[in-house]
Design a protein around this ligand. Sequence first.
Ligand code: NAD
Ligand code: DAU
Length: 371
Amino acid sequence: MADNDISATERRKRMNLSGKHLLVTGGAGFIGSNFILYLMREYDNLCITNLDKLTYAGNLENLRGVENDPRYRFVLGDVCDRTLLQSLFAEKQIDLVVHFAAESHVDRSIRDAGAFVQTNIGGTLSLLDAAMNAWKLDGGYRADVKFLQVSTDEVYGSLGKTGVFTERSPLDPHSPYAASKAGADMVVKAYHDTHGLPVCITRCSNNYGPYQFPEKLIPLMFTNCLRKKPLPVYGDGLQVRDWLYAEDHCRAIERVLLDGRAGEVYNIGGRNERTNLQIVKTIIETVRRLHDPSVSEALITHVADRKGHDRRYAIDASKIERELGWKPLVPFEEGMERTIRWYLEHEDWLAHIVSGAYEEYYRQMYGESAS
Ligand code: NAD
Ligand code: DAU
């Protein structure tokens, strides 16, 4: 491509991330692996260290396409392990931290919150200390370093029928998961306000797309459609989420890494509110059209509601749109079609998960087998 064919945004992108070394935590999970694959496609000259503990949610199959790439390395480890973190920062000159690693499932946090507090708050604190110590110079920090905390709209709590969350909405988390993310965000903010560490916090709405672990709504309902199993809708199914295709989330994180102002929070969302029942019906309709015409809405089964279930989330993303020029590119219908096609083409990926420990989780949660 001739130089003048490259847009201004594209040129800036190449200048700013090229040559950088990113420490991505939780890169073997759903969004983290989408992010690594996205960056490796977009940039030639960039290095990534992926630190992941490989909990039940971490899956190196997601990263097969890059595992032998010299720009990428995987490190098995825990974000709570301070000795390991210190050695990672000492070995390589890390420029940017993108912190995805977390316990991420609300239902699991209701059953047992311990790992959520430990990883989501304790792990974030360990990582902040390691970055701060490595980046510190007399009177400040190395130039061009940034710590990006990947957070969630759930820290804002729940909305009624109207209104949206802005970056100024008060934090009002309800589930133990959301509380642990809000706690982590507060520690990140404190390291900026107290120590001047260059941090940004992103708060995104519900993601969907390839590689999402089947405990979450969309892949769970898809998997059950394939197996003609009941589709367990919590309560009346009229709870609302604001769905965003995962690659659009990755592009938003890229924009914040490039141009986000230190100390700022950026909301990310798709302006795409749907009730859970609408989502389930879209999945049924897509599976019928692409794969099996005999799947029907008769599979929908209303089950007991989630405890403390947030009724509605909706994100006002105008700050990142206005300041950083981000907007979602993948319309919901196209994203759902791509996602369902991906799962249909990767039944082996699903089959590797829907066994063992997941089978045990599913049985405890839904009172029957997942397969
Ligand atoms: P995920 O559960 O799919 O992946 C989490 C990853 O973190 C896994 O690879 C896991 O092995 C790793 N991990 C867990 N504990 C760890 C530890 N102690 N040390 C190192 N690695 C550890 O999660 P996801 O859905 O990809 O979410 C990623 C991040 O994005 C989370 O911080 C989550 O709060 C946030 N987020 C998710 C969504 C969503 O819709 N999924 C939306 C907004 C924000
Ligand atoms: O909003 C961002 C958050 O989105 C992220 O921070 C979380 O990490 C991510 O897991 C997600 O949380 P939710 O609780 O919104 O996602 P989940 O897929 O678990 O549920 C979506 C909705 O579907 C929610 O209202 C609960 C409902 N649901 C979920 C499952 C698994 C059901 O009705 N039945 C189900 O079996």
